[in-house]
Ligand binder design. Structure first.
Ligand code: NAI
Ligand SMILES: N[C@@H](CC=O)C(=O)O
Ligand code: NA
Length: 823
């Protein structure tokens, strides 16, 4: 025997009902079944409104009654054979007249008791079960209408009656135990021992199915609805929710306690007692697996099965040193609240016993405050309790899963993800069952918290990385191209969704929560953007409150790099190609490192030195691994490397510099390369990363820009002026060449001495074999004493730089390089 229950959406329209009829008929062929149905979609709500209107003496309920009548008649006409129609319509009319009479009575007396309300609300199921039983018959399935009021007996707590289990089971067994016929049972309704209609609470049809299943010791209870089972999170709040394959009874109860509209909570008990599995299935996609709720929890890899929330609670905190070590305090708090009929949803106490904190529903908060104020008046006066504080507009978010108790590190993952995303946790509780961890956060952090925790535990599923890009010149545009090229692969292979949520250049910016295409820039900014302001850009990005948000700086602007502290303080991780921040005052460099730690954000800048080459990363790893850097030496400029690798005294020197610009090696202003500043910045950054406290003023820098070209007011005029010195550069070149030497712009740091400048090197020098835009960086360290650790390769150009930036982004997004699994 299987029990099938169909909710309102499954019986919402002619089409849906046809699907239900087919499903029932197929299931019947497989074995004995009983069916429980809800009212047609929306009918119970309408009945509720009608009875309220009638009790106000408002006659509009009549129009609604007519609409209900028409809807049911239409379905009868469509689903029931012509021959049987008239009997069915007559019976329908009898029912509707009965309803009309009651409503008329209510409208005359203006009196609406809970008893009458239950009676009126019960008509929805009586109508639907009757019609469906006849439609089944009409389609050839042996079926009968079964009024649950004949079987389910309750106390007289109208509106939310308590079932008298023993008697109910006996009735169900007597009525249906031996039946071969498909009973179409009215969900939701029941009756008192005196035969008065009661209801089992909204969602009560699930409960009806479970009661029938338990009484008949069914092999399964199937709840057919319009979703593919229970989801890992509320689909309205978490876009990337997924169906949960299986849950234990306890997990399902825990999830529904925390507000998940999983299944009507009382449903679980009868099924659990008899160990009957409950299946949640989609009527419209019967082939989908759905969710099964059983005795044994299937442990999933993530250990967490689902995430749920109670969206609006008030947090009440009692604080006071006088509570420490005093027994019975908690008991007094609970008694005071119980007397005031306050329901405590969650409670935590610091182990110092200094504070007790609990969450209640907002409409019970003032009652709770009053009760505690009165009860503890003396303690408050005597200072035993310092204060009783209430904090409205909070939410509780809970992660639930049986496997949590066997898996260490779950709470670490939980809180790390919150910390990373700058979510402030107001209170924490872990159920002693270890089946759930709950936190209280402010309401405006709710969606972010749900998404963050969801991502942290269902990482094998899609994770969005929300990008805010500033600067779309040479490098920024290349990066966008790379996003476009890699997005599908990252999505398919690594479950990473790159989402461009913000974009800006020096003129305009745009922010869009749902993300924007990677192409069409900067034109789109020109036509649709808002005039750029860093403050506004950050403020709007921050308002979106998205998890996994990161800023990317592809400008060369100091104004932007000076803004990093604000970015980090708003909990954005930061990836930058811009060297200005790390090569500014040492204090700023240190401040940024500290802020990143304090705000739990990642700050990555691999492309600051050697573009995409793994220079910064290598150095950081050496230092972390306990190595000591003794000397740094290298060719750190792609531009200068290219120039001196290419220049052979034939093509004018200024033309070679132009070539470097055209190839995308230079800074936006190539003088920054030629004057040694770009190299100096890189050396400074490396020295700082190696642990040395160095300022730019400590460096000796050789400037290759001839004096008259330094102040040129445009790049064009700089090139014109530079051309005047082509001969001077040729002379330098020839002089070196005559000795079999070549020119090379070298950076060196050793024992506090830092120099960058042009040198003549001979053919044996390790730097003499460079070509193109090659950089070479040699780290002489305690571990690499005899031969240095060397990183070498093209160190400038849009492609390699964009690649380096994307690698940093992926590092922040936790994409490991050598696994297609996400850890
Ligand atoms: N070319 C290369 O091989 C490498 C370049 N880099 C760095 O990449 C960065 C970008 O270089 P390019 O793309 O060549 O520069 P670019 O001049 O082509 O583009 C700069 C972009 O930043 C925007 N911008 C400038 N100031 C801004 C402000 N205050 N607010 C908002 N946007 C602003 C501009 O509108 C433009 O979109 C530089 O810091 C450079 O040092 C780093 C490694 C290698
Ligand atoms: N202009 C720079 C680009 C990389 O940082 C260079 O030439 O190396
Ligand atoms: Na690099």
């Amino acid at each position: 025997m299987r029990i099938l229950k169909f909710g309102g959406t499954s019986v919402g329209s002619e089409d849906a009902i046809r699907k239900v009829l087919k499903l029932i008929s197929r299931k019947r062929e497989e074995g004995r079944i009983q069916v429980v149905v809800s009212a047609f979609r929306g009918v119970t709500n309408t009945l509720q409104q009608m009875v309220e209107e009638a009790s106000d003496g408002n006659q509009t309920y009549r129009d609604q009654l007519k609409a209900i009548e028409d809807r049911h008649i239409e379905i009868v006409r469509k689903l029931i054979g012509v021959k049987e129609q008239s009997t069915v319509l007559t019976e329908l009319k009898v029912l509707l007249n009965e309803l009309d009479d009651v409503l008329h009575g209510v409208s005359l007396t203006h009196e609406l008791t809970a008893r009458t309300r239950d009676f009126v609300l019960g008509f929805g199921e009586r109508l639907s079960a009757y019609i469906i039983s006849k439609a089944l018959k009409s389609s050839g399935v042996e079926a009968e209408y079964v009024d649950a009021r004949e079987m389910i007996v309750t106390n007289d707590d109208f509106g939310n009656a308590r079932v008298l289990i023993a008697k109910t089971y006996e009735n169900i067994r007597r009525r249906l135990g031996k039946s071969d016929t498909v009973g179409v049972i009215t969900g939701f309704i029941s009756s008192t021992e005196n035969g008065e209609t009661t209801t089992l609470g909204r969602g009560g049809s699930d409960y009806t199915a479970s009661l029938v299943g338990a009484a008949l010791n069914a092999e399964a209870i199937e709840i057919w609805t319009d979703v593919e089972g229970i989801m890992t999170a509320d689909p309205r709040k978490v876009g990337r929710h997924l169906p949960i394959g299986s849950l234990s009874y306890e997990e399902a109860m825990e999830l529904s306690h925390f507000g998940a509209e999983v299944i009507y909570p009382p449903t679980i008990h009868p099924a659990m007692e008899m160990a009957i599995p409950i299946y949640i299935k989609n009527t419209f996609k019967p082939g989908e697996k759905g969710t099964v709720i059983t005795k044994e929890a299937q442990i999933v890899k993530s250990s967490v099965k689902g995430i749920s929330s109670i969206d609006n609670v008030t947090l009440i905190t009692l604080k006071g040193s006088g509570m420490v070590g005093v027994s019975g305090f908690a008991a007094r708090i609970f008694t005071a609240l119980a007397d005031a009929k306050v329901n405590i949803i969650m409670i935590t106490q610091a182990s110092s016993e200094h504070t007790v904190c609990f969450a209640v529903l907002p409409d019970q908060a003032s009652r709770a405050m009053q009760a505690l104020g009165t009860h503890f008046r003396r303690e408050l006066e005597e200072g035993v309790i310092d204060e009783i504080k209430e904090e409205p507009n909070c939410s509780i978010v809970a992660a639930v899963g049986e496997g949590m108790k066997r898996t260490p590190g779950i709470s670490g993952r939980f809180f790390r993800s919150l910390g990373r995303n700058g979510i402030n946790v107001r209170a924490i509780a872990q159920g002693s069952s270890e089946r759930n961890i709950s936190v209280v956060v402010k309401n405006n952090d709710l969606a972010k918290t749900l998404n963050t925790i969801h991502d942290a535990f269902f990482l094998s599923e899609i994770k969005s990385v929300n990008l805010f890009l500033i600067g779309i010149g040479l490098i920024g545009s290349k990066l966008l191209e790379l996003f476009q090229r890699q997005a599908d692969l990252l999505y398919e292979k690594h479950n990473i969704e790159l989402k461009l949520c913000g974009i800006a250049n020096s003129r305009n910016y745009m922010i869009k929560e749902e993300g924007m295409p990677f192409t069409g820039w900067p034109d789109r900014l020109e036509s649709e953007g808002t005039p750029m302001s860093l403050n506004a850009f950050l403020e709007e990005a921050d308002e979106l409150n998205l998890p996994n948000s990161l800023f990317i700086d592809c400008t060369a602007s100091e104004e932007v790099s000076d803004f990093y502290p604000e970015v980090m303080k708003a909990n954005f991780s930061l990836v930058t190609a811009n060297k200005k921040a790390n090569s500014g005052p040492l204090k700023r460099y240190q401040e940024l490192q500290e802020l990143a730690l304090e705000y739990n954000v990642m700050y990555l800048y691999e492309t600051n030195v050697g573009a995409g080459l793994p220079v910064v990363k290598t150095l950081k790893e050496q230092v972390l691994a306990g190595d000591e850097i003794t000397r740094i030496e290298g060719v750190l400029s792609g531009t200068l490397s290219y120039i001196f690798n290419t220049y052979n005294g034939e093509i004018p020197f200024s033309e070679v510099v132009k070539g470097a610009l055209q190839k995308g090696y230079t800074e936006p202003d190539p003088r920054e390369d030629l004057n040694g500043m770009d190299v100096a910045r890189k050396l400074l950054i490396l020295a700082r990363e190696a642990g040395f406290e160095v300022e730019m003023s400590d460096l000796v820098i050789e400037n290759l820009v001839p004096e008259p070209a330094r102040e040129a007011d445009s790049i064009d005029s700089f090139f014109e002026k530079l051309a005047d010195f082509d001969d001077d550069f040729k002379k330098k070149y020839d002089e070196a060449a005559s000795k079999g030497h070549r020119l090379c712009y070298i950076a060196r740091y050793e024992k506090g001495e830092a120099t960058v400048g042009l040198e003549e090197i001979d053919a044996d020098h390790p730097f003499s074999g460079l070509s193109g835009s090659d950089n070479i960086i040699a780290f002489h360290t305690m571990h690499y004493r005899d031969t240095p650790l060397v990183v070498k390769g093209p160190g400038a150009g849009a492609e390699v730089t964009a690649g380096g930036i994307l690698a940093d982004i992926l590092r922040i997004s936790n994409v490991p390089a050598f696994s297609n699994k996400i850890v």
